[in-house]
Design a protein around this ligand. Sequence first.
Ligand SMILES: Nc1ncnc2c1ncn2[C@@H]1O[C@H](COP(=O)(O)OP(=O)(O)OP(=O)(O)O)[C@@H](O)[C@H]1O
Ligand SMILES: CC(=O)N[C@H]1[C@@H]2OC[C@@H](O2)[C@@H](O)[C@@H]1O[C@H](C)C(=O)O
Length: 381
Amino acid sequence: MRVLGLMSGTSADGVDAVLVSLKGRPGRPRWRILASAHTPYPAALRERLVAVGQGVPLDAEALLHLAEELTEHQALAARACDPDGRAELVGCHGQTLWHRPPEGERRGASWQLLQGPLLAELLGTPVVFDFRSIDLALGGHGAPLVPATDAALLGRIGGWRALLNLGGIANLTLLPPPAGPDRKAPVLGWDCGPANTLLDLAVARFSGGRLSFDADGAWARQGRIDEARLQQWLREPFFQAAPPKSTGRELFGAADLERRLAELGDGVEPADVLATLTAFSAAVVGQDLARPPRPRPLELLVAGGGARNGFLMEQLRRRCHGTAVLPLASQGIADDQREALAFALLAWWRRRGHRGSLPSVTGARRAAVLGVMALPPPSGG
Ligand SMILES: Nc1ncnc2c1ncn2[C@@H]1O[C@H](COP(=O)(O)OP(=O)(O)OP(=O)(O)O)[C@@H](O)[C@H]1O
Ligand SMILES: CC(=O)N[C@H]1[C@@H]2OC[C@@H](O2)[C@@H](O)[C@@H]1O[C@H](C)C(=O)O
């Protein structure tokens, strides 16, 4: 089946689309990427999405208009990747506006903005969306969801294999080895903390809004890392907490950046702030990978926009001792394809009735078939 995956993440830089052929067993499909495309958000749309995600109030009429505009942009991204309408099914993540992890007895909740039925009508194709809700209803975090798709799409190696997403938020997948004492261990995964959310906010601030990210980490590379402060940040509760754990801009957004800037001290040079924040994103991953009881993974495959940040990748190599740090692109999946590919697979699993969630990752009471399916109205109806 030809399935189109659409993913727009917490950095809200735009929509990644992948058209993929999926065949065979749901748990271990044969897959081939047929096309991919990135469609950036118009600046005005991105600004409103980030503002709402940072807690800026918006009235119901404006929220409804935002949902409609976002849905129309998802359709644009779908057409950019699949102009001939070859997709037989679409999986669309939507745009996360707010994520509340479960806390104690209180279940979690998460809102991915999208008008699924409108997208199905615009594309004339069945659309699967709202992937996180059933896992949250079952007491899970509803995130991260890619560890399940990583396990299905990628093979195992002689030891633990890790995958890292360096998007707005960093999240890890750990795939156990096919043999040895850990061979029956469950697939693991969790959100590590900020990858680029704080960095992007700092770059926009220091550049007066002219820049939205630190290309290749060139600005940060000029600065000096405040290692003592970074080590102190690593001891914060979120980073010390055991999985299951998920997060977002709610914890690592503008308010958090303000606090960290204050702790770095007045008058600190922008390059030194960016150097420290970049090293901090890497150090969080290094600390997570070193945490017992698992042995360090043999390799760490990196995806997400942060894989294009040379300074961040250098810090990762320095702080993930004994692990080979490679771009996921070395496995034939480009850094902006991995998450869109994941949502194409999740949509295909929904169509196949395959339970695509991993309670070993999200903490849900049980696995479930993820997503709600919207069918286009019959033509001439
Ligand atoms: N050339 C580059 N150099 C440095 N950083 C880059 C580059 N290109 C993209 N980035 C970073 O990658 C980020 C976008 O990455 P990506 O699209 O993977 O995030 P996302 O999917 O929106 O987030 P998440 O995975 O948390 O939902 C940008 O906000 C920017 O910080
Ligand atoms: C609520 C939400 O959108 N979470 C995102 C975010 O971005 C990265 C990380 O936090 C991950 O947990 C998740 O997305 C990916 C696609 C996931 O669910 O695996």
